[in-house]
Design a protein around this ligand. Sequence first.
Ligand code: ASP
Ligand code: MG
Length: 413
Amino acid sequence: MALIVQKFGGTSVGSIERIKKVAERVARTRREGNDVVVVVSAMAGETDRLISLAHEICKVPDEREYDILVSTGEQVTAPLLAMALKSLGIKAKSFIGFQIGLFTDRAHTKARIVKIETDRIKKELSEGAVVVVAGFQGITEEMEITTLGRGGSDTTAVALASALGADLCEIYTDVEGVYTTDPNICPRARKLKKISYDEMLEMASLGSKVLQTRSVEIAKKYGVPVMVRSSFVDAPGTLVTKEDEEMEKVLVSGVTYNKNEAKISVTRVPDRPGIAARLFGPLAERNINVDMIIQNISHDGYTDMTFTVSKEDFQKALEIVKETAKEIGAEDVIADTEIAKVSVVGTGMRSHSGVAAKMFQALAREGINIMMISTSEIKISCVIDAKYTELAVRTLHDTFELHKEGGRIEEER
Ligand code: ASP
Ligand code: MG
């Protein structure tokens, strides 16, 4: 007897057949005696289709109208699932964002949840209904419709689980869980039984697309246990949870890669106070996120600056930087879009050394040149030539023996 939030992604509700299958899965959980709140995404491809319709009308669609448009995908799947549940004899009711009082800020297209009113949902649950909620959308205080950013249904689900004090939030998706790396490029990748919130945050933001990063932030903040599992195969998934001692013993939990960044270098920048602010200020003003930054030591009063941005922002960033470079008297701006960032992630790094050296040695053995390096407490990232991505990932996976259960390397002596 528990309260369970189950979220089904786009491929899981991609056709009527699949919606019926989802209904069976939900019905089973309900019949076992649990209270169930279901969050659904739009049918696979539907959000993309709606966005491209908008782009057929204008390059930069009005954000208010965009949100009203793209939120309709989820408005379709929620009632369809409720109908499918009813035809299985399960009491069910669907709701869209405003009906349950899911309030967000006013940041259209990437709004943040500020408050969820739980009265309505609790009432329906107490009357024995399964509550089906359209994910990805909310409402502002002014009753304007907002959406939560791509992949935002995960965030709806985790936020609801937290607001309702649910015992578990299950994320049903098209993979069986969180893997040590992408199984498509590394056949030895292994499904993890457990992963800590912090590791999942690094993995999510480094390009493993299983969960929207924001949903993991909320899960961590409120301690919501999240189970990632397949809606197609009946197998145990990966539990995203608080760090425990067992996890700390594992040096490296996963290897990730991201091919969606580009590198920009500004050469011979006059080295004086305020120069970095001058270079990055205009990028921030235009909402461009800069990821890795490297500043070299200065030679004869000049320095080189290199940084990465996402490929979507690349053209815009390049134009802005060229402009600034001219103004500050830098020599040149050099761009490279054929790069990849490979990273190793693991909470065990907090208390053990030697991981970075091991990583660099492994890449060197394969003759892969490292262009940039950045680290956090539980992550080391290297930028390399994109054409070596697969090789780098497989090599690192082998080096840290991630194919083995509890894959760990013995401490170097
Ligand atoms: N339908 C939205 C998207 O495709 C939200 C989601 O699926 O989580 O991004
Ligand atoms: Mg998703």
